[in-house]
Design a protein around this ligand. Structure first.
Ligand code: MCN
Ligand code: CUM
Length: 791
C-alpha cells in the first residue's frame, strides 16, 4: 500500500471510488465516539441480570425480599412477574421461543433468571447477591452427539408434547445421484471434522438504554444492534407497542461480527424495566456475560466425504452434520434456510453430484448459532470442502493446488448453478489462484519445505479457495420472520450542493459512513466529504433489514447507487432547462452535465441543486427539490471468491504453531474503497488464525462454560499474526448496479481451512491427515503422536 494513494478525510479528492481515509475515524480516534454506554439520561437507573449458575435445573422458588430491601433498589423482577404480563418468553429469529427470564427451569449456565433495577450499576450488581433462588438440579445434555439418545434429558419440555431434543432435519442436493458417483469413483475419502463452538467477542459487549415516555406512549431504545429496523418491528410484535411509537437508535457500535444480530433478553428486560419504573434504564453486560450467554457461532460436527477419479477429478461431495443449537433455536438465518447457506458446501468446484443432511439438536448450552462473520454458515461449508479436498490430495499424493486447479469452475460456466441449486453470479477463479501463488512464491515455498523437512523442521503450506454467497437476499426466497430482505435508501441534496444519504444498514466498524458516501459520490459527483451518511436511527432512516451476511454493499450499496442515479436523472432534466438543451443532448461527466459537442455549456451538480431549490421556472412537470428514495430488492446474491496461502512453522519440541506468512487474494467485484477492503480482510484473517489455533468455547460434563473470560477464550493479538500480504482480482457482479460484491466476512470464512491445511501439511512426516481446531499445542502434540484429542 502506498501512502500517495491515500486521501486524508477532509480534502476534496477523490470523487467516488478509491482509497480514502475513514470519515468516522477523526471522531473515533479522538475518543468522541458515542456508544450505548455513553448514553446518560436524566434520572437513569441501572439494570443487572441474575444468571443461572448451572446448566440445567428446575426453579423451586425465588426469594427477592432481601434484594428489594436494598436501599438503592427500585425493582426486582422475576420470570413469574414477566409471565403475568405475557412477557416471559419472546420469539427468536428462527421461529422458536426463548425465555426472557426463566420461569420453569434454567436451560444453560448463564441463563437470565431475574433482574434488579437500582440507582447505580454497583448497587444493582450487589443486590443480585441478595436474591435467593432454590434450584432442583437436573442432568444436563452437553454433548450434541448424545442429545438424541433415548433417555436423554429433554431440554425443551416447555414446548407442547416435546419429548426429545430434536430441532430440525434438513437436506439438500441429490442423494441418489451422489451415492451413484460414490459407487463408481476410484477413490473415496471420508473425514470427521468438528468446527468448534466459538464466539464473535466484539470489543463492546451488548447493552441498551430504554426510555419509555408514558405521556406520549413512546419508547426510545438505544441499543447495540446490527439491525435497528428489524429489531423495532420485533419489539412492536413482542411488547404490543405500536411500531410508530418505538424508536430504535444504534449509535456507534464497537464491533458486532454477528453478535448483535439477535434480540437478547437483556434488551427486553431494559424495556420492561423502563415501562415498570417509569424512568430510563440502562443495561450493559460485562465480558463474561457476553461470552457465556450471547450468540455463539459454529458448533457443527461434520462428516465429510469426497469421491474422485484416480487422476484427481472430483465427482461428488456428501456430508452429514450434527448441529448443536443450544437451549433455544435462536440462530439468525433467512427463514427457508435452517442451516443457513451451508448449501454452498460444494465450494468452487465443478462436480457431478452433492448431498448434505443436517440434523440440529437442543443442548444445555447458550443459544445462538451462525454469528461470527459467517455469511450464514458458509464458514462451516468452506471449512468442510477445503479440508476434505486437502484430505483427498493427501490420499492421491497430489499437490493441493494442482487438485484444486483441475476442478475449479471455469469462467465460461458462469452464471454457474451448483448441484445444490445456488446460482454463482460471476467468477474467474484461475487468475485469483495464480495471483495467490505468485505473491506467495508457492513453488519456492515447496522447495524450501523439502529442504527443511530434510533437516527435521516442520514447515507447512496451506491453501484454500472459497466462494461465498452474500447479500441476502431476493425477496422471492429470503425473509427473516416474514420480513423481506430488501433495503431502503434516501438521498437529499441540499440547495448548496451538499447531501445526506440515509441508510437502513448499520455500521459496526465497516466504515459505511465513508464507503456509502463514496458510492453516492461516484454516481452524482458530489465529493464524499460533502455527503453525510445517516444510519442507525429508525426515526430518521428508511426501513431495511440491517447489516450481517456481508449484505450492506450487495443490497444497501445497490440502493445507494440507484437512489443517486434517480437524483441524477432528475438533475439531468433540470440541467436541460438551465442549458436550454434537450435532455438527450446532455452528457454526464462526473459532477456536471454538458451539452454534447459544446463542453463549455455545462452546469455542475451544485448549480443544479441550487436551481432545484431556488426561484425561477423548472422544466414542465418537475417539482422542486433534489431528493429521492428507493427500496432495493436484490435479484440474486453476490458471490465473492478468494485464494489464500498460509505458511506455518511447527516447533517439533513444543508443538507450538506460528503463522509465518499469510497471503490473501480476494475478489469482491468492483472495489469501492480498497483501503477499507484491506482492513476488512486483515480483521477476517485474524479471526481465521484465532479460530484455527486458539478460540473455543468448551464445556465440562456438567455444562459449565469454560470459555467465560479472555483468560480462557483466547483471541489472537499482534503477536500471533503475521504481516498480512493481500492482493486482488476484480470480477464484477453482473446484476449489482455497480458490480460490487460483499467482502466483510470473506477472510473469516476463507482463512481457517488455509491455516489448518498448513498445520496438517507441516505434520505430514507424521502421517497426519487431519486434526481438529483449535490447533493448540496440546492438540498438535497429540496429532504428532497419533492420538486423537476428543473434541
Ligand atoms: N466494500 C468495498 N467494496 C466492495 C465491498 C465492500 O469498499 N466491493 C466496503 C463496504 O463499503 C463496507 C465494507 O467494505 O464499508 C464491508 O462491506 P460488506 O462486505 O458489504 O459488509 P457489511 O458492511 O455488510 O458488513 C458486515 C460484515 C459482517 S456480516 C461481519 S460479521 C463483520 C464484517 O462485516 N463484522 C465486522 N466486518 C466487520 N468489521 C468491523 N470492523 N466490525 C465488525 O463487527
Ligand atoms: Cu454471521 S456474522 Mo455477520 O453476518 O453479522
Amino acid at each position: 500500500m502506498t501512502a500517495v494513494e491515500e486521501t486524508p478525510a477532509g480534502t476534496a479528492e477523490p470523487v467516488g471510488h478509491g482509497r480514502m481515509l475513514r470519515k468516522e475515524d477523526p471522531r473515533l480516534v479522538r475518543g468522541r465516539g458515542r456508544f450505548v454506554d455513553d448514553v446518560q439520561l436524566q434520572g437513569m437507573l441501572h439494570l443487572a441480570i441474575l444468571r443461572a449458575p448451572m446448566a440445567h435445573a428446575r426453579i423451586v422458588s425465588i426469594d427477592t425480599a432481601a434484594a428489594e430491601a436494598h436501599p438503592k433498589v427500585k425493582a426486582v423482577v422475576t420470570g413469574e412477574a414477566l409471565a403475568e404480563k405475557g412477557l416471559a418468553w419472546m420469539p427468536t429469529l428462527s421461529n422458536d421461543v426463548q425465555a426472557v427470564l426463566a420461569t420453569d427451569k434454567v436451560r444453560f449456565q448463564g441463563q437470565e433468571v431475574a433482574f434488579v433495577v437500582a440507582e447505580d450499576h454497583y448497587s444493582a450488581r450487589d443486590a443480585l447477591e441478595l436474591i435467593d433462588v432454590e434450584y432442583d438440579m437436573l442432568d444436563p445434555v452437553v454433548d450434541a452427539r448424545r442429545a438424541l439418545e433415548p433417555g436423554s434429558p429433554v431440554v425443551r419440555d416447555d414446548l407442547d408434547g416435546k419429548d426429545d431434543n430434536h430441532v430440525f432435519d434438513w437436506e439438500t442436493g441429490d442423494r441418489a445421484a451422489t451415492d451413484a458417483v460414490f459407487e463408481r469413483a476410484d477413490v473415496v475419502v471420508s473425514e470427521d471434522l468438528v468446527y468448534p463452538r466459538v464466539h464473535p467477542a466484539p470489543m463492546e459487549t451488548c447493552g441498551a438504554v430504554a426510555d419509555f415516555d408514558s405521556v406520549e406512549g413512546r419508547l426510545t431504545l438505544w441499543s447495540t444492534t446490527q439491525a435497528p429496523h428489524a429489531h423495532r418491528t420485533l419489539y412492536a410484535m413482542v411488547a404490543g407497542l405500536p411500531e410508530h411509537k418505538i424508536r430504535v437508535v444504534a449509535p456507534d457500535i464497537g464491533g458486532g461480527f454477528g453478535n448483535k444480530v439477535p434480540i437478547y433478553p437483556g434488551y427486553v428486560c431494559a424495556i420492561v424495566a423502563s415501562l415498570v419504573v417509569g424512568r430510563p434504564v440502562k443495561w450493559m453486560e460485562d465480558r463474561s456475560e457476553n461470552l457465556v450467554s450471547t450468540g455463539f457461532a459454529r458448533d457443527y460436527i461434520m462428516r465429510g466425504e469426497i469421491a474422485a477419479t484416480r487422476d484427481g477429478r472430483i465427482l461428488g461431495i456428501r456430508t452429514n452434520v450434527l448441529a448443536d443449537h443450544g437451549a433455544f433455536n435462536a440462530q439468525a438465518a433467512p427463514s427457508k434456510y435452517p442451516a443457513g447457506f451451508f448449501g454452498v458446501f460444494t465450494g468452487s468446484y465443478d462436480i457431478e453430484a452433492a448431498h448434505a443432511e443436517v440434523t440440529a439438536v437442543y443442548t444445555n448450552k447458550a443459544p445462538g448459532g451462525v454469528a461470527y462473520a459467517c455469511s450464514f454458515r458458509i464458514t462451516e461449508a468452506v471449512y468442510l470442502v477445503e479440508r476434505i479436498v486437502d484430505c483427498l490430495a493427501h490420499e492421491l499424493e497430489m499437490d493441493p493446488v494442482a487438485l484444486r486447479s483441475k476442478n475449479l469452475i471455469r469462467p465460461e460456466q458462469f452464471p454457474y448453478t451448483t448441484r445444490t441449486g445456488w446460482v454463482y453470479d460471476s467468477g474467474d477463479y484461475e487468475p485469483t489462484l495464480r495471483e495467490a501463488l505468485r505473491i506467495s512464491g508457492y513453488d519456492e515455498l515447496r522447495k524450501e519445505q523439502e529442504e527443511r523437512r530434510a533437516r527435521g523442521e516442520l514447515m507447512g503450506i496451506g491453501v484454500s479457495f472459497f466462494t461465498e454467497a452474500v447479500g441476502a437476499g431476493p425477496r422471492k426466497n429470503m425473509d427473516i420472520l416474514g420480513l423481506g430482505m430488501a433495503d431502503g435508501c434516501e438521498l437529499r441534496v441540499h440547495p448548496t450542493g451538499k447531501a445526506v444519504v440515509r441508510l437502513s444498514v448499520q455500521t459496526q466498524g465497516q466504515g459505511h459512513e465513508t464507503t456509502f458516501a463514496q458510492i453516492v459520490a461516484e454516481e452524482i459527483g458530489i465529493p464524499p466529504q460533502d455527503i453525510d451518511v445517516l444510519h442507525g436511527d429508525t426515526d430518521n432512516t428508511p426501513f431495511g433489514l440491517g447489516t450481517y451476511g456481508s449484505r450492506s454493499t450487495p443490497v444497501s450499496g445497490a440502493a445507494a447507487a440507484l437512489v443517486a442515479r434517480k437524483v441524477r436523472d432528475k438533475a439531468r432534466i433540470i440541467a436541460s432547462g438551465m442549458l436550454e438543451a434537450n435532455v438527450t443532448d446532455l452528457e454526464w461527466t462526473k459532477g456536471a452535465f454538458a451539452v454534447k459537442g459544446d463542453p463549455d455549456r455545462s452546469v455542475t451538480i451544485q448549480e443544479i441543486a441550487l436551481r432545484a431549490h431556488g426561484a425561477g421556472d423548472l422544466p414542465d412537470g418537475i417539482e422542486g427539490g433534489l431528493e429521492a428514495q428507493v427500496c432495493y430488492n436484490p435479484e440474486n446474491l453476490t458471490y465473492p471468491h478468494g485464494a489464500y496461502v498460509c505458511v506455518v512453522d511447527v516447533d517439533p519440541d513444543t508443538a507450538q504453531v506460528s503463522v509465518r506468512r499469510f497471503v490473501a487474494v480476494d475478489d469482491c467485484g468492483t472495489r469501492i474503497n480498497p483501503m477499507i477492503i484491506e482492513g476488512q480482510v486483515h480483521g477476517g484473517l485474524a479471526d481465521g488464525v484465532g479460530m484455527a489455533l486458539m478460540e473455543m468455547i468448551p464445556f465440562d460434563e456438567e455444562g459449565n462454560c469454560l470459555g467465560g473470560s479472555f483468560m480462557d477464550y483466547l483471541l489472537p493479538t499482534a503477536l500471533e499474526v503475521p504481516d498480512w500480504e493481500t492482493g486482488h482480482t476484480v470480477t464484477p457482479s453482473p446484476h449489482h448496479p455497480i458490480g460490487a460484491k460483499g467482502v466483510g466476512e470473506s477472510a473469516t470464512v476463507g482463512s481457517p481451512p488455509a491455516v489448518v491445511n498448513a498445520v496438517v501439511d507441516a505434520l505430514k512426516p507424521f502421517g497426519v491427515r487431519h486434526a481438529d481446531m483449535p490447533l493448540t499445542p496440546s492438540r498438535v502434540w497429540d496429532a504428532m503422536r497419533g492420538r486423537a484429542t476428543p473434541s
